[in-house]
Design a protein around this ligand. Structure first.
Ligand code: NAD
Length: 475
């Protein structure tokens, strides 16, 4: 075991120490889970759902210590509690998706009517989940719940940046022994994550593009599927005629919720030139009104920066923009309070497409705003870049927003709102370009991807003898 520390983002103090599991220790856990998986799959979907429901109750019973740990991990209170609610709610949501799934029927062959076939679905024995620090519990569980319901055993390796919640969640898991047999969180770092990828039959990775590439290469070497949910640089297009009050509300919430530490944050805003100045003035006013949740965690909308190294990226993007002639209208300076690091919503005007703030993932509360002259230009700017996670369009009418949205190269398009995937989980979607790989994690595919399809092919007539394929008589 290697020891590692975690930093409290509100105080800056590394006041937690734990052990990262080494590959040999991960192997022990994986072997234990794998051994119990067949029994888990055999008990059937209805019984697995009951076990997951018992886990939801255990999470509720342990909500206080889990919430407190998440609060310390992330420096925010309401979202920490929402993470627990979201996981509990997801179990019933998946139950509805699975219930809507019709059982496979026997289908008569078209070429050979005497042969019929049907499907059976076989779970991957062990699913490995590797997750990031921005929503530690939610993103640790988002793929685990459908995988468990599908009949897989699941091993989750959360981020080393936010490890405090693991112990209280595992206390809740321990109260449901049927689940504890097939499900575990293992603390650790990238080495632990690599060990998980080495041992799993299927990997779900949520994190950066750089690490996602490594996971994809490792998984390819083992010929196992890797479902990747990676970074984004989501654009918002505001067309002439859009309701400026609504558009600025959505732009601000979409950009700075969770201090912008969300994959689906709006990170660049393109506004039709005739309304650009009015939009900017209103956005600045609203951005200035946003408050830090310091010193009182029950006040304000902007939490601390969770991962201190993120500050380097934010500062570098702001400095690059300034140096190239952009104007920083709000925020713009990293603030230290009580040892923690904060950044207020930072509206940046007169940006150009070549600036780092318009090209590279930010993962913080920056709102660069740029004017466009034609819809063609706006679409081209929005589609220019390596990411394609999600995007948003605001217009006077929904069908106008829809027409532009359909032209964008991204997996989820919010119309007359922004970053809707952070509050609406039902829509199936995939990450485009570098933002992801694999089927949707939502909807029916989000469950099916943990099952391999097996064909059962039955002959209702006599089997053909070899003589039926004899060369004799062939022309
Ligand atoms: P990261 O890539 O640095 O780390 C993610 C996880 O991978 C961590 O648990 C880490 O320990 C582990 N890891 C590191 N090296 C590894 C390796 N070689 N093999 C296996 N695992 C390894 O990402 P992060 O900084 O924790 O998270 C922020 C990133 O996550 C941002 O880019 C953000 O956009 C992305 N993200 C994407 C989504 C989505 O759904 N698309 C959601 C949230 C965050």
């Amino acid at each position: 075991m290697r020891s590692f520390t975690a930093r409290d983002p509100r105080t800056g103090v590394h006041d937690w120490r734990g052990q990262a599991l080494d590959p040999a220790e991960v192997l022990e856990v994986a072997a234990r889970l794998r051994a119990a998986q067949q029994g888990w799959e055999a008990r059937g979907g209805a019984s697995r759902l009951e076990v997951l429901r018992a886990f939801a109750q255990a999470l509720r019973r342990h909500a206080e210590p889990i919430g407190a740990a998440l609060e310390t991990d992330t420096g925010r209170r309401r979202i920490a509690r929402l993470e627990i609610d979201s996981v509990v709610g997801s179990i019933e949501a998946w139950a509805r998706v699975i219930a809507a799934d019709a059982p496979p029927e026997w289908i008569q062959g078209r070429g050979l009517p005497s042969v019929r076939h049907t499907a059976a679905w076989k779970a991957y024995a062990l699913v490995g989940v590797v997750s990031p620090w921005n929503f530690p519990l939610l993103l640790g569980m988002i793929d685990a719940v459908p995988a468990l319901l599908a009949g897989c055993a699941v091993l989750v390796k959360p981020s080393e940046v936010t490890p405090r919640f693991i112990a209280p969640v595992m206390a809740a898991v321990a109260e449901v022994p049927e689940l504890a047999a097939v499900f575990a969180f293992v603390p650790g770092d990238g080495i632990t994550g690599q060990a998980v990828v080495d041992l799993a039959d299927c990997v779900c990775f949520t994190g950066s593009v750089a690490t996602g590439r490594k996971v994809a290469v490792q998984a390819a070497g083992r010929l196992i599927p890797a479902y990747l949910e990676l970074g984004g640089k989501d654009p918002l297009i505001v067309l002439e005629g859009a309701d400026l009050d609504a558009a600025t509300d959505a732009a601000l919430r979409g950009s700075v919720l969770s201090t912008g530490q969300a994959c689906q944050s709006i990170e660049r805003i393109y506004v039709a030139r005739p309304i650009h100045d009015a939009f900017l003035a209103r956005l600045v006013e609203k951005a200035q009104a946003a408050r830090l949740n310091w010193p009182d965690i029950t006040v304000g909308e902007i939490g601390p920066i969770i991962f201190d190294r993120q500050v380097d990226i934010l500062s570098a993007q702001i400095a690059d923009a300034r140096q190239r002639g952009a104007r920083v209208l709000t925020g713009g300076e990293i603030e230290t309070h009580g040892g923690g690091l904060w950044l207020r919503p930072t509206v940046i005007a007169e940006v150009t497409p070549d600036m780092a703030v318009m090209r590279d993932e930010t993962f913080g509360p920056l709102l660069p705003v740029m004017a466009f002259d034609t819809v063609e230009e706006a679409v081209a700017l929005a589609n220019d870049g390596e990411y394609g996670l999600s995007a948003a369009v605001f217009a006077a009418a929904l069908d106008e927003a829809e027409a532009v949205g359909r032209r964008l190269e991204a997996g989820a398009i919010s119309l007359n709102d922004a970053a809707l995937t952070s509050i609406f989980y039902e829509a199936a979607k995939q990450g485009f370009k570098c933002s992801g790989l694999g089927p949707s994690r939502m909807g029916e595919d989000g469950y099916r991807r943990f099952l391999r399809r097996q064909a059962l092919i039955a002959n209702t007539a006599r089997p053909l003898p070899l003589a039926a394929f004899s060369e004799e008589g062939s022309t």
